[in-house]
Design a protein around this ligand. Sequence first.
Ligand code: ZN
Ligand code: ZN
Length: 411
Amino acid sequence: MNSPKFTTPSDHAYQLLGAHPPGQGWFAFDVLMPAAKRGRARLFVMAVWKTGIRKDIKTGEYWYRVPSTGSAGTSENKRTALWNGIKIAQEFELPKVAVLKDPKSKRCSMEHTFDITDVRYESDASAFWIKLKANGGKLGEAVELLDLTVLSELPQRGKLPKLSSRNAPWSRDELILALDLYMQHRESLPTKKAPEIAELSALLNQLGIILGRRHTDTYRNSEGVYMKLMNFRRLDPEYTYDGKKGLTRGNSDEVRVWALFAHDPRRLSEVAIFIRNGISEASGKDTKISYSEELEIEEAEEGKVATRVHRYRERDRRLVDTAKARALREHGRLFCTVCGFDFSKHYGEVGSGIIDVHHTKPIHTMQPGEKTKVADLVVLCSNCHRIIHSKRPWLTVDEIKSAIKIRTSVQ
Ligand SMILES: [Zn+2]
Ligand SMILES: [Zn+2]
C-alpha cells in the first residue's frame, strides 16, 4: 500500500482546484466569504484529513464526519466557520470538492481529491456527514471500516439546524455511562425525575467541565440524559422486536458503543466504574492534551477521560523517573523495549536520558483507586509509542514487536 504523499502547500492546492487560498482556514470558495454569502460563489473546496475518513462496510462508500464542536479550544472558530461554509455551499447548491491534507505538514496531496456528492446532518446539529467520491489514488488500509447504514436515516435537505446554544455531541465515555444506566434498568427505565437520572446528569456536567465542553445551562440535563436512554432503546432488539420503536434520532457513536458493550454488561460496568474514577482523578488537575496530540492519539475505547488519564499518568514525573531508574538498573542504559532504539547512541550526549514511558495495563481493567504499578510501565522510543496509540483499540507491545518481525522477515 502506498501512503499518500503530501507535497503541495495548502494555499497552492486550493488555487489548483479553483478556489481562493484559505490561509489557516479549513475551506474556501472561489470568491471571498462575503460574496459567497450573497450567492456569488461557484465552487466550494475543503480539506479532509485521512484519519477522519470512514468507509462503509456494506456499500464501500467513503464518508467524513465534520463535527460542529470539538474539545480543542483553539480550533472552535475554524469548526464554526467550516460549518457555516458547508451551509452556504448547500444552500446555493454549489459543486463541492475536498482535498486530502496532512495536519502535521499542512500540505495536501493532489493525488487525493474528492467530489462531495452528498451532505447529511445529525439533526441535533452535532455534525455534518459528507460523502466523498474519490477522484484519484487509493486511500489504503488506514481508513476505518464502519457500518454506516445508519447515515441513510439522516436528513439531507431542509432547514439546517443552527449551531449556537446547541450542546456538544455525546462523547464515548458519556455514552458508556448512559448505556450502563440503561442496562441496569432495561426492563423498566427510570422516569425523567428519578434520582438515577439526576445523578448521571450531575456526573456528566462534572465531566463536561473537565473536557471544556460545557457551554450551556441545558448541558446534559435530566431531559437530555433521559432522551439518551430512549436513543439506546432504539438499538435494543429486546425492545424493538415486537414492533415498538424507540426514538429514531441518534448518532453513529451510539451504535458503536452499543455494539461494543451491550452484549457484555460485566465489562460495561467495569469500564463505567473506571470512567467514574477517571472523572474524580481528573477533577481539578490539568489533564489537557494538545490539539496536535489529539489528532495523533486515537481515543481509548473507554473514551476521552480514560485517554487523558492514561497520558497524564505517563507523564507523571515520579512514575517516569522510577521507570527510567528501573530500566537503567536492569540494562545499564535506556533503549526502546520494542525496537531497541537508544537515543544516546544515536544522538550522542544530547540524547541521553530521553525515552517515553508507556503504561501497558488496559485502563478499564484497573480497580477503583488502583495506583499505576511500575511493573506495568515500559520504556519506548517516541515512534513506537506513537504507533501504539495510533489505533483503536490501542496496540500492545507484543503486537508492535511482531509487526516489526513480520516486516523484517519479508525484506
Ligand atoms: Zn521503538
Ligand atoms: Zn502510552
